[in-house]
Design a protein around this ligand. Sequence first.
Ligand code: GLN
Length: 241
Amino acid sequence: MKKSLLLATVTALLLTGCGKDQDVLVVGTNAAFPPFEYMGGANGDEVKGLDIDIAKAIAADAGKTLKVENLKFDSLIVALNSGKIDFIASGMTITDERQKSVNFSTPYYEATQVVIVNQDSQVFTTPADLAGKKIAVQLGSTGDIMAKELKAEVVAFNTGFEAFMELKNHKVDLVLFDSQPAATYLAKNPTLKQLDIEFSPEFYGIAVAKDQPELLGQINATLSRLQSSGEYQQLLEKYQK
Ligand code: GLN
């Protein structure tokens, strides 16, 4: 009798331990991609940014509390598919390859890759000029994928910040990174400049596990509500200063 009671208690504890809090939505992000996600707040220990405000709106519309998990960019999809997080809001570009393992919301931001070099660097004018060059990128990013396609020598870092440090130390020829975060770094680093090379547009989406169509529907509904109410425009203005 006592034994079975103990067994029942242990089982119940294990079940609650494994089960997720139904009132919480967990967003996964990599907080080194300003102004979409970055560390800020009074003590610098708060994840802030455009994606985080969108994630808050998604949670609020679902009547849930938002929890933010700050993870490495290239581990986000694994975390999503293992159930550690409920969705990804991390300036993630919608690509065919990623669509094989996750579903994306409707696109919410148009971006492009840009080339950043040191002020004293030689000038490249076409993507083909980058073949054979040493390029620093963020691991697992579209910049990383493109640099490899350009047949360049690729050095990948966990954050764009580290890629820019490598460039400033003249250890690589250039950084290939998303336009808006690159502009944020550029504004703080006058020894760097952006080159005039055009790449095709990319579109950011919020990623959801394939077996969560209901959550995907909720996320799309929130995105369209933010867009039609003008709140999304206000967020863009707030973060794209
Ligand atoms: N947009 C790029 C990608 O999806 C980079 C995103 C990021 O570094 N957060 O790969």
